[in-house]
Design a protein around this ligand. Structure first.
Ligand code: BTN
Length: 328
């Protein structure tokens, strides 16, 4: 009920709304209304109460509560209702929490989002730094009818969704996708994606795609070793703060749209969107894989999102995973 009360207060703002009127609306006592207002206040909402006039919403915190980030009108599947969004103040890793929920049968479209992670994970066992309430640290659950080897495709889908949500919110910025999972602004990374799955032989149980976006991080929020390679939307946006709530909402909508598109029409529309935002194709790349290093020209991505690289002898190799450095 507290989120419904918040909605009423928001509509009424900057005017007051009487406790009695709300009590009548919800058919509860005035004390029940007061208790819910108190719980909104402890969640960070600045609500003024006056015995004569009632309650008035003065300020909302930029925290990623389900009621604040659920897309309106509702999406088809991803975060289609506030109940599918699990918001935490502090967790180890949102990917880990969501994998546990997935194992317990959570439905497709379930989302875990946190203000802070204590053991945020990146690819190749690296740590991912997630300062409190400065970014969007989020994981999304998919249960697509696919073979396990097609899971890396979800990294491309998520990267396109991030690029699109940023274009909507900050049209002056031009994020570029570096295959497979990095998003860069002015050559510096501001977003990473970690796709994990549970599968056996040729049966895919689920995919968890974790996305980390540095939104309002300042230089000093990054550990020293990252200061020259990392950036944030705030830093790229002339040091102006960006609304995490609006960006998270738009991101969830873009993920849903791309996923629905994929279920209906296959991978082609997403590959086309990915090519539009990529900064990898046509470049000379150095690719590091578990099997060793390789250098060549990045020609294209194939239907699974694998990178096709041609070496100086004209041999083309296909990489489903790996890490690349872009050469000038
Ligand atoms: C990378 O670039 O190496 C991937 C970084 C992925 C970070 C996100 S933050 C939300 C989710 N939870 C995690 O522990 N990792 C991902």
């Amino acid at each position: 009920m507290r989120w419904k009360i918040l909605e009423l207060l928001r509509v009424q703002s900057p005017e007051h709304l009487s406790g009695e009127e709300m009590a009548h609306h919800f058919r509860v006592s005035r004390t029940a209304i007061w208790k819910n207002v108190q719980s909104l206040q402890s969640a960070g909402y600045r609500i003024e109460g006056s015995t004569r006039l009632g309650y008035r919403l003065l300020e909302s915190p930029d925290l990623l509560y389900p009621a604040e980030i659920v897309p309106e009108p509702a999406t088809e599947m991803i975060a289609a209702s506030p109940k599918l969004i699990h918001h935490h103040q502090k967790v180890g890793s949102t990917n880990n929490i969501l994998k546990q929920l997935a194992g317990e049968g959570a439905p497709e479209g379930t989302v875990v989002i946190a203000e802070e992670q204590t053991t945020g994970r990146g690819r190749l066992g690296r740590a991912w730094h997630t300062p409190r309430s400065k970014g969007i640290w989020i994981s999304i659950l998919f249960r697509p009818p696919l073979a396990p080897q097609e899971a890396p495709f979800f990294t491309l889908l998520a990267a396109c969704a991030v690029a699109r949500a940023i274009k909507t919110n900050l049209p002056a910025l031009d994020p570029g996708i570096k295959w497979p999972n990095d998003l860069l602004l002015h050559g510096r990374k501001f977003c990473g994606i970690l796709t994990e799955m549970k599968a056996e032989a040729d049966l895919l149980h689920y995919i968890v795609t974790g996305i980390g976006i540095n939104v309002n991080c300042k230089e000093e929020d990054f550990p020293e070793e990252l200061q020259t390679n990392a950036t944030s939307l705030y830093l790229a946006n002339k040091k102006k703060n960006v609304s995490r709530q609006k960006l998270a909402r738009d991101l969830l909508r873009e993920i849903d749209l791309l996923y629905q598109n994929f279920l209906a029409a296959g991978s082609m529309p997403i590959l086309t969107a990915w090519r539009e935002h990529n900064i990898t194709l046509g470049r000379t790349v150095e690719i590091k894989t578990l099997q060793g290093g390789y250098q060549g020209k990045a020609l294209d991505i194939d239907a699974d999102g694998a990178l096709l690289v041609e070496d100086e002898h004209g041999t083309i190799r296909r990489f489903l995973a790996g890490e690349i450095a872009l050469r000038p």
